[in-house]
Design a protein around this ligand. Structure first.
Ligand code: CU1
Ligand code: CU1
Ligand code: CU1
Ligand code: CU1
Length: 631
């Protein structure tokens, strides 16, 4: 275990203050240094992963509501920055501890240390933590966080188990990134994972006792694919979702996007003669290509009889019967918020810019990080902090007034699902429309205020929710947490493509709150990475409305090539016939030269463009693939 007071401090405190009637909050101090090590996570392939003090995986934490967490995070990499985000915590009054780089802090430079220091006053339930820098959590920089309530949980159980789901790649994110954000990948096809893992392994064994109620805290810490999760012949009763306790709801199957959490109760059988399969399955509609050798299912073992036979995988007739979180009701029955004071409507599009690379857009803007972290702009801008302009014209910045009811209407024009996450809040899921299908000519259906599902009286509340293809969601929350909060797709590939916006909530109150002022450590982190901790998005401290020099997105494709972009258009002749595999056969078909000509036409140097290794793109000649692994 890491250098930590985690283990002895609570018992010490209990001994010292056992006479007290008031529960005493503990402080959990961790010293974590990032690094690299080689680990064979899935039992098939050893690869470099990000370690914590030389170990892998990163620790799973358990604390109590009201406790303080202090993480001294030292960047032990020699060639890259880092950061740390505790996903789902509201960080009320401590926005600067939230973690996303260039939003609430500067990136931590190699050799530098940042202290994450906050109390967990407003949250209990199931959470997780992860790097908020360049896909590092996909290389392993993540762990789970359980926050126990001050009193007892609103349900009974005998034993508790944390189940961490994820997908796993054999290549490092660096390698995958170069191929992904690349002119040779004009459709923005996401890299295909090699495996599904569970608790950082495959084919896990879980020994159970008969006639026992288990609380499973299930967290998807992946960076891309949603998973179906079920246990053969065992129902699951959902009791918590993303830190929100809900009225009990029993199901045989869960659908968990990345970053979502579900706590379920499972009561074991009396009969110990048979063992059962624990199943994970890719949502394969999210994969652009399904390689022949990709196992869509992963099987783990629920063992009543340790010495008995391991179960075969458990098939299901249909994956349509998963629990729809839209119909869950929070236990504390918060009523549907009143009509919004402020509605933000955003349309999601994926398209190419002039460099031929595929980006993601909210309202034609792909999030482009500012030169000064947005929180630091908000704290240094004085009265101008209320003007969204100071946060840059390419950050999708919205300024929110204290305690207003905010509504986000999100129209997904893309043909894929996207799990959207809001920092600093849970939101009400007021509406989620069904998916629309391009294949039968339905096309995108934006939210229609005159024609939608009835809004629930007590809407589901959570911090990460998916939108269906070419469809819409409507979210509401109360702006009662001053801070700069990121709202983005939690698919790491899409965040990289810019699918993000910024909510600057009550900046004037932040400026006047003692606990929201930058610490010396925060300033030092900026100085050590060569960034300013004051100024507008362009780093200008004299005139906050002067944005000359700010970061902006790549130029648009020239007029007349607006649909899919020059490269995509040229490639699509082949792609249309052969599917995405054409990209990999392209080079083999002797048309490499015309690719280079296209790149020159775009004003770029072909030699400067990273080539995709054709052998690495997964080929797929088997048209029966979609039915694989499921009967
Ligand atoms: Cu988060
Ligand atoms: Cu997250
Ligand atoms: Cu997405
Ligand atoms: Cu985030």
């Amino acid at each position: 275990m890491k250098v930590s007071t985690h283990h002895f401090l609570p018992s010490l405190l209990v001994a010292l203050w056992s006479w007290a009637t008031v529960a005493q909050a503990a402080t959990h101090t961790f010293n974590w240094t990032t690094g690299w090590g080689n680990y064979n996570v899935d039992g098939n392939f050893e690869r470099p992963v990000i370690t914590c003090n030389g170990e892998f995986p990163w620790p799973d934490l358990k604390v109590k509501r009201g406790d303080r967490i202090q993480v001294y995070l030292t960047n032990g990499f020699d060639d890259r920055n880092t950061s740390l985000h505790f996903h789902g915590l509201s960080q009320n009054g401590t926005n600067m501890m939230d973690g996303p780089e260039m939003i609430t802090q500067c990136p931590i430079a190699p050799g530098d240390t940042m202290l994450y220091n906050f109390t967990i006053d407003d949250n209990d339930g199931t959470y997780w933590y992860h790097s908020h820098t360049g896909g590092q959590y996909q290389d392993g920089m993540k762990g789970t966080l359980v926050v126990e309530p001050e009193d007892s949980l609103p349900f009974d159980y005998d034993e508790e188990v944390v189940v961490q789901l994820a997908e796993w790649y054999y290549d490092n994110v660096d390698t995958l990134d170069r191929k992904f954000m690349n002119v040779y990948n004009p459709t923005g096809a996401e890299p295909i994972p090699q495996n599904l893992i569970i608790n950082n392994t495959r084919n896990m064994t879980w020994n159970v006792e008969p006639d026992t109620t288990y609380l499973l805290r299930i967290v998807n810490t992946g960076g891309f694919v949603s998973q179906y999760f079920w246990i053969e012949d065992h129902d699951m009763t959902v009791v918590e979702v993303d830190g929100v306790y809900v009225e009990k709801n029993t199901t045989s199957m869960l659908y968990i996007t990345v970053a979502q959490r579900y706590s379920v109760l499972i009561h074991t059988k009396n009969d110990t003669s048979k063992n059962y399969a624990i199943m994970q399955k890719f949502d394969d509609t999210m994969l652009d290509v399904i390689p022949n050798d990709l196992m869509l299912n992963a099987t783990s073992y629920m063992m009543y009889d340790k010495d008995g036979e391991k179960p075969e995988q458990s098939y299901v007739d249909s994956i349509d019967d998963f629990l729809d979180d839209f119909y869950l009701t929070p236990l504390d029955k918060v009523e549907l918020y009143e009509d919004p004071d402020y509605t933000i409507t955003v349309d999601v599009v994926m398209d190419n810019l002039k460099n031929g690379v595929n980006y993601a857009f909210f309202n034609n803007l792909t999030f482009t990080a500012p030169k000064v972290p947005t929180l630091m702009t908000a704290l240094s801008a004085g009265k101008d902090a209320l003007n969204p302009l100071v946060y840059g014209t390419n950050t999708n910045a919205f300024v929110l007034k204290k305690d207003e009811i905010i509504e986000i209407v999100l129209n997904n024009n893309d043909t894929g699902k996207h799990p959207f996450h809001l920092h600093g809040h849970i939101f009400q899921l007021v509406d989620r429309e069904r998916g629309y299908d391009d294949a039968i000519g339905e096309g995108p259906h934006p939210f229609d205020p005159e024609d939608h599902n009835p809004f629930p009286d007590y809407p589901m509340m959570r911090d990460t929710v998916y939108v269906n293809p070419q469809s819409s969601i409507v979210l509401r929350f109360k702006a009662d947490n001053p801070g700069v909060w990121f709202f983005h797709c939690h698919i790491e590939w899409h965040l990289k493509q810019g699918l993000a916006l910024l909510l600057i909530e009550a900046p004037e109150e932040m400026q006047n709150t003692e606990s929201q002022q930058l610490t010396d450590n925060h300033k030092q982190v900026c100085e050590n990475v060569g960034l300013s901790w004051e100024g507008n998005a362009a780093g200008n401290t004299n005139d906050f409305l002067d944005l000359v020099g700010q970061n902006v997105q790549v130029a648009n494709i020239p007029d007349g090539f607006t649909a899919k972009g020059i490269v995509a258009m040229t490639f699509s002749c082949l792609a249309g016939v052969l599917g995405l595999i054409s990209l990999s056969t392209y080079g083999l078909m002797g048309v490499k030269k015309s690719e280079e000509e296209i790149i020159r036409d775009l004003g770029m140097d072909p030699d400067a463009v990273e080539k995709v290794d054709v052998s690495d793109i997964n080929s797929d000649e088997d048209s029966s693939r979609t039915s694989k692994n499921i009967e």
